[in-house]
Design a protein around this ligand. Structure first.
Ligand code: ADP
Ligand code: MG
Length: 627
């Protein structure tokens, strides 16, 4: 049943997308067919969709009395109350598409519900006709002719027929791939372009790209850290001249996303040259609450709660498959056939005939800790969460940990509203836990390590070491990001001797180290010499710093992203720069507390808390003053 949405409901829905091009009409109409449960969908277009677009389906159909409502703005059968917004299962829910297309075209809907009679209703430039009996099969046929016939200004912005058709083909390709269980027929100017039979992903891939492409693809299916990544990767010798052969579906929706795009591209980097682009059709399913799928419906992008986890997982799966490492055996669905290049042969005959090394199963939350080095956000493609949420990235951690216990709603739901709510709650908690630094009264220190403060009925114990590390960490990162790092020459250069691997690793990362203010160079015999250090790190224990870096060489090698490396460097640097048990001067204590800015949720860059709060009543309980 189609109902008009109450104003208080549609006001909560993100502003609808404007239907501005033939491909967006096709997208809306096919989505409606999918939502109607169709198993067969036929799309016919003429002149790039400008002359005619017709979408026929064998779905539920529209009842006679609902036909006029289908054309009304804010009328939908997919949503009733604002609460429904939290668990949307359908592609559409705004109830706007048909109304807006009908206002700028000649549209006709012909429909028959199962076992009923067929009726049709036309609408010309927004003027509704009469419901009339018609002849038709179960399902719905929607025809849109002369798009923008009454809006010449919009008509002018359309591209050539060929270009519009190409965009429609792109939309159709993605429908075939993302709904391999549906049988699609796509016909342009009388010619069948795509035809699929609802018989699975490989067949859909062949329907869109041809059998030759399938032969050149590696099919993967990987579960890693709570993320599910599956689909097709072009082999190392199969590349394209542009990015249009790259499709990513996150929780079932086609998106263009920088984080995943960069991870895949970087994994291919050592195999492809400039201007050679990998081919892939990838599906990434992840817990709905760590991704906002519906933030910009128009732009079809998503935001991940943590880019590094996603980047790390995608990168490591794709690169181990391409590198032909033993671990890849876990990810391969079918070893590629008819391939002669060495690396592909290695899939068929693994170098060592034993089981691939078992990677310890890791939850998303654990992975986040492992991969993200406690601090989130590589720059450049950070998700645009609420501003308050950027204040302390650590606050996300508890919620991710909670997500392990929470029963997750099925993937693919609209989580926008839900995520916004979570973020607001978290931001509110940060505000709530913040104390006014002016109200903190210094009461002394314990063991040269813990500073004691009182504010009203609360006592705060601050681990000066942890707090200092965090503050230094933030400062380093900020100056590195702003590229304002300065360096300070050392009186006595520091020389460290390494083994060949260590040297190779460090040398490869000289540019990063230099960028952040180290003056470092080869010093013969696999040793390096450091002659300047970043000003912020004056007095750093260089030996400890390099030992720390080299001890995590293995994991760092896997992460070639400069920003991730910088995070790790900063963490190591802070550890080496601040020593526990250092006695602070009164001035230093003072400045530390000012820099903390009352943040009682502060954690050190390794995730340990910097502040512990105890209420007066807790002391009273300890001393049995109250029970
Ligand atoms: P929405 O999809 O957001 O609900 P639309 O304007 O796209 O809004 O469609 C309005 C309503 O018309 C839908 O809610 C649905 O009930 C009905 N409808 C549209 N297309 C079809 C179809 N192909 N089969 C069955 N019902 C349809
Ligand atoms: Mg719709």
């Amino acid at each position: 049943m189609i109902r008009l949405l109450a104003p208080n409901v549609y006001n909560k829905i993100a502003a609808g997308e404007v239907v501005d091009r033939p491909y967006s009409v096709v997208k809306e109409l096919v989505e409606n067919a999918v939502d109607a449960g169709a198993t067969q969908i036929t799309v016919e277009i003429e002149q790039g969709g400008k002359k005619r677009i017709r979408v026929s389906d064998n779905g539920s159909g529209i009842a006679k009395e609902d036909l006029p409502l289908a054309y009304s703005a804010h009328a939908t059968s997919k949503l009733e109350t604002a609460d429904d917004l939290f668990h949307i299962q359908t592609l559409g829910f705004r109830g706007e598409a048909i109304a807006s297309v009908a206002s700028v075209s000649r549209m006709e809907i012909l429909s028959r519900t199962a076992g009923g009679e067929a009726f049709s209703l036309a609408c010309t430039g927004g003027l509704l006709g009469e419901v009339t009996p018609a002849a038709g099969a179960d399902g719905t046929v929607v025809t849109v002719e002369d798009l923008f016939f009454n809006v010449p200004a919009r008509l002018k912005f359309l591209k050539s027929d060929t270009a519009e058709e190409a965009d429609i083909s792109g939309v159709m390709a993605r429908f075939l791939l993302s709904r391999p269980e549906i049988s699609f027929t796509y016909i342009a100017d009388g010619k069948t372009k795509y035809r699929s039979f609802g018989d699975g992903l490989s067949a859909a891939l062949v329907a869109v790209y041809g059998a030759e492409t399938l032969k050149n693809c590696i099919r993967i299916d990987a579960e890693k850290h709570g993320l599910h990544l599956y689909g097709f990767l072009g082999n190392r010798n199969f590349y394209k001249a542009n990015r249009t052969y790259q499709s990513l579906f996150v929780n079932g929706r086609y998106v263009v996303n920088q984080t995943v795009g960069a991870a895949v591209t970087n994994a291919y980097a050592s195999y492809l040259m400039k201007r050679q682009y990998p081919f892939y059709v990838l599906f990434l399913d992840l817990p709905p609450e760590v991704v906002d799928v519906n933030v910009h419906p128009n732009k079809a992008d998503v935001r991940f709660a943590d880019n590094q986890v996603v980047y790390g997982c995608v990168y490591s799966v794709v690169s181990s498959v391409l590198d032909g490492s033993l671990r890849a055996l876990e990810y391969l669905v079918t070893p590629p056939q008819e391939q002669k290049t060495p690396v592909q042969d290695s899939f068929l005959q693994p170098p060592v005939p034993e089981a691939p090394p078992q990677e310890p199963a890791m939850s998303y939350a654990q992975a986040k800790r492992e991969l993200a080095f406690d601090v989130s956000l590589p720059k450049g493609n950070e998700p645009h969460f609420l501003e308050e949420d950027r204040v302390r990235m650590e606050v996300r951690q508890p919620s991710v940990a909670q997500s392990e216990q929470t029963v997750l709603p099925p993937a693919g739901e609209d989580v926008f509203a839900e995520n916004q709510r979570l973020l607001r709650e978290r931001a509110a908690k940060v505000r709530q836990d913040r104390v006014d630094p002016a109200s903190l009264e210094y009461k002394g220190e314990l063991f040269h390590t813990y500073l004691i403060y009182q504010a009203g009925d609360d006592a705060y114990f601050i681990d000066q070491h942890a707090a200092h590390e965090r503050i230094l960490f933030e400062r380093l990162k900020a100056s590195w990001e702003a590229r304002t790092a300065t360096s300070q020459p050392m009186l006595v250069p520091f020389v460290i001797s390494l083994n060949a691997q260590e040297f190779a690793f460090l040398e490869k990362n000289f540019p990063v180290l230099r960028e952040i203010g180290f003056e470092i160079e080869e010093f013969g015999d696999a040793s390096v010499r450091v002659s300047s250090v970043p000003t912020d790190l004056m007095g750093i224990d260089l030996d400890a710093f390099f030992r720390e870096i080299l001890s995590s060489m293995e994991s760092l090698r896997a992460i070639r992203l400069t920003d991730l490396l910088k995070d790790k460097l900063a963490t190591a640097a802070c550890k080496a720069a601040v020593k526990g048990g250092d006695r602070l001067t009164e001035q230093e204590v003072d400045s530390l507390i000012r820099q903390m800015d009352g943040d009682t949720n502060m954690k050190c860059p390794h995730g340990r808390p910097a502040v512990v709060k105890m209420k007066k009543s807790e002391f009273e309980k300890l001393f049995k003053r109250i029970v």
